[in-house]
Design a protein around this ligand. Structure first.
Ligand code: KIV
Length: 245
């Protein structure tokens, strides 16, 4: 799984073997430049979801329910989910377990596939005091395991495990029937997810230790734009084949 936020990237990813696209609320940070995902809204997520769907007709698309959008009345939560589903997603991801299981069961009963998300849930960054590894001691690991089982029982089809020790991710994965998707949680989860900007190396000032850059995208983009500027300044762009007299 990889995150995706726009139609152009979705068009490229549509022709890769990646299994699913996550329209993550990380878009608030990597696309909109905010310092946390707390700034994502339903409108923002719906706009990115619709763009990704326009670019990718074939992939399974899961969209994040943004911060607090699923914590109001039943009506408000249902409206948020329906906005994202109508924008083109095939399911939604909800962070944390406590207080969410009734909603999850209700959505699953209504035909909405729901993905859980435990561990370093970024919407809770203010509670955690930063983007820090979670479930580091036995008590926290046991709580996380119990919550994963609760989410499975509630009807989640999969759970993202973010930034927890590899041994805990393995324990949770072994205990569940549904697949786990890891990020920063080692190799033992059923699958992996990465933020597309990290895969493409678009920001060398932000490189989480668990993310692998598959290209130096920021340098490549800068080189391409410098090449264009140089050609314009030297009168080499456009050439005769690139305009009509
Ligand atoms: O918002 C996001 O991109 C995510 C992934 C990092 C799991 O939730």
């Amino acid at each position: 799984m990889a995150t995706c936020y726009d139609a152009a990237t979705a068009k490229i990813l549509n022709d890769t073997s990646v299994d699913a696209l996550l329209v993550g609320d990380s878009c608030a940070m990597v696309v909109h430049g905010y310092d946390s995902t707390v700034h994502a809204t339903v409108e923002m997520m719906a706009s990115h979801t619709a763009a990704v769907r326009r670019g990718s007709a074939d992939k399974v698309i899961i969209s994040d329910l943004p911060f607090l959008s699923y914590r109001g009345s039943e009506d408000v939560s249902t409206q948020a989910v329906s906005t994202l589903m109508r924008a083109g997603s095939n399911g939604v991801k909800i962070e944390r377990c406590k207080g969410n299981t009734e909603l999850i069961t209700r959505l699953v009963d209504a035909g909405v596939p729901v993905m859980g998300h435990l561990g370093m849930t970024p919407q809770s960054v203010n509670e955690f005091g930063g983007f820090k590894m979670q479930a580091k001691d036995e008590r926290a690991a046991q709580t996380l395991l119990e919550e994963a089982l609760e989410l499975e029982e509630a009807g989640c089809f999969s759970i993202v495990l973010e930034c927890i020790p590899s041994s805990v991710a393995e324990r949770v994965t072994d205990a569940l029937e549904i697949p786990t998707i890891g990020i920063g949680s080692g190799p033992s989860t059923s699958g992996q997810v990465l933020v597309i900007n990290d895969i493409l190396g678009l920001d060398s000032t932000f490189q989480p230790s668990f993310a692998r850059r598959y290209m130096d995208g920021d340098q490549m983009v800068a080189r391409a734009v410098e090449g264009y500027c140089e050609d314009v300044r030297e009168g080499e762009y456009p050439n005769e084949g690139e305009f009509r007299p």
